[in-house]
Design a protein around this ligand. Structure first.
Ligand code: UDP
Ligand code: MG
Length: 372
């Protein structure tokens, strides 16, 4: 296995940590305290923490602005991306990946269910030569029976339908190399997406590591059942075309039924005592065939809707404001008005923002690569 060599001597490799947040005000400070403790012990690396606020309606952004990104550690810089509204977890992760500068990028949740203590193992697996490191949940403290059943049913269906194997307990806690990040950034821009599925389907070296997920630091899962169903459908559409072929099965079934029923009716007409009185059977057959017809049309419409979404080429997310920390002073606490951050307001289109970020983040990278 080829190892991912660390940067030149004298420079500390930059690792980006992307954190998605939606209404996480109650737990984010505790999470940051755990993350900070872990990152500051990994002194041979420099970290760029990217906070992606996915349109939170609580005080998440206030805490990020006033209590988190103003604290600059020796080996940590920050970037804050605030969406114009809630675009979903997948959009939040890709926004972080799009703007990450590190040679490896780690994505994790902000609710404490992805323990920062695992980061060291992930980085070690990356430098052992793996392009991606996927964290597989072997135990989830807060998972109810219904959710567990729902999740395993989803994986059975998706694995039956798609040509790739998606691991049952794979999570959105993963590390990807710059090479994989660039593929996701430039080539995998579908609106219906499942990043953890892409990572498993790209074919580079992938290391799977087990971990135990504790309870959320606060509150309930931010994935409502509607969001979960949407994610499940998006994943089916993203990874399988088999449902499109369901109409073929129905038509064969109906041809068979018609032949059987036609044969039976003809037989009764020619040789039977009474010709078949067909009212009930006709109604049953009609309702049955209409339900199959509409099911097929629904599947086609769902795919069609996704095709239209892709054709529109709208951005995956809109950024209301982003802040990039440019300077670092060991242990100092800066006020957000101290001019330590470049603030971009209302840069709505992702591509514009990326362009601006490129220059600033490069400057940031230059200062960050060295540890004093
Ligand atoms: N999240 C997000 N956008 C959403 C829903 C969730 O960015 O629309 C974030 C959330 O704040 C958390 C992570 O995604 O950091 C995972 O969400 P959650 O913990 O609610 O999901 P679960 O662990 O129940 O799968
Ligand atoms: Mg969670």
């Amino acid at each position: 296995m080829q190892s991912n060599s660390k940067q030149e001597a004298g420079k500390s490799p930059l690792i980006s940590v992307v954190i998605s947040l939606y209404n996480e005000a109650d737990g984010v400070l505790n999470f940051w305290s755990d993350l900070r403790e872990e990152l500051t012990t990994l002194t041979e690396f420099c970290f760029e923490v990217i906070w992606v606020n996915d349109g939170s309606k609580d005080k998440t952004q206030v805490f990020i602005d006033e209590k988190i990104i103003v604290i600059i550690e020796n080996n940590i810089t920050h970037c804050s991306i605030e969406f114009s509204k809630n675009f979903g977890h997948e959009a939040a992760m890709i926004a972080g990946i799009d703007n990450a500068k590190g040679e490896a990028i780690i994505c994790m949740d902000a609710d404490g269910q992805h323990p920062p203590a695992e980061i060291a193992k992930m980085i070690a697996a990356f430098y052992a030569g793996n392009n991606s490191v996927l964290m597989e949940r072997i135990y989830r403290e807060d998972e109810g029976l219904f959710k567990k059943w729902l999740s395993s049913t989803f994986y059975v269906i998706i694995n039956k339908l798609s040509s790739i194997e998606i691991r049952n307990n794979a999570t959105d806690f993963f590390l990807i190399s710059r090479q994989v990040a660039d593929i996701l950034k430039f080539n995998y821009r579908e609106k219906n997406r499942l990043i953890r599925g892409y990572i498993q389907s790209l074919g580079f070296t992938l290391k799977v590591l087990p971990f135990k997920a504790p309870c959320r630091l606060s509150g309930e899962s931010r994935y409502s059942y509607t969001k979960l169903v949407k994610l499940a459908l998006d994943s089916v559409f993203a990874f399988s075309n088999k449902p499109l072929r369901i109409s073929i099965v129905f038509s064969v079934l109906f041809i068979l039924l018609t032949v059987l029923f036609g044969g039976y009716s003809l037989g009764m007409y020619l040789f039977g005592d009474t010709p078949p009185s067909g009212y009930t059977s006709i109604i049953l057959l009609l309702t049955f065939s209409f339900s199959l017809l509409f099911l097929t049309i629904t599947i086609l419409s769902l795919y069609f809707e996704k095709v239209i979404q892709e054709l529109r080429q709208r951005p995956l997310y809109l950024i209301k404001r982003l802040r990039v920390g440019n300077t670092r002073t060991s242990g100092d606490i800066h006020s957000s008005k101290d001019n330590d951050f470049s603030i971009f307001e209302d840069h709505a289109i992702m591509r514009v923002t990326n362009h601006d970020l490129e220059t600033i983040a490069n400057k940031q990278l230059q200062s960050c690569n060295y540890i004093d």
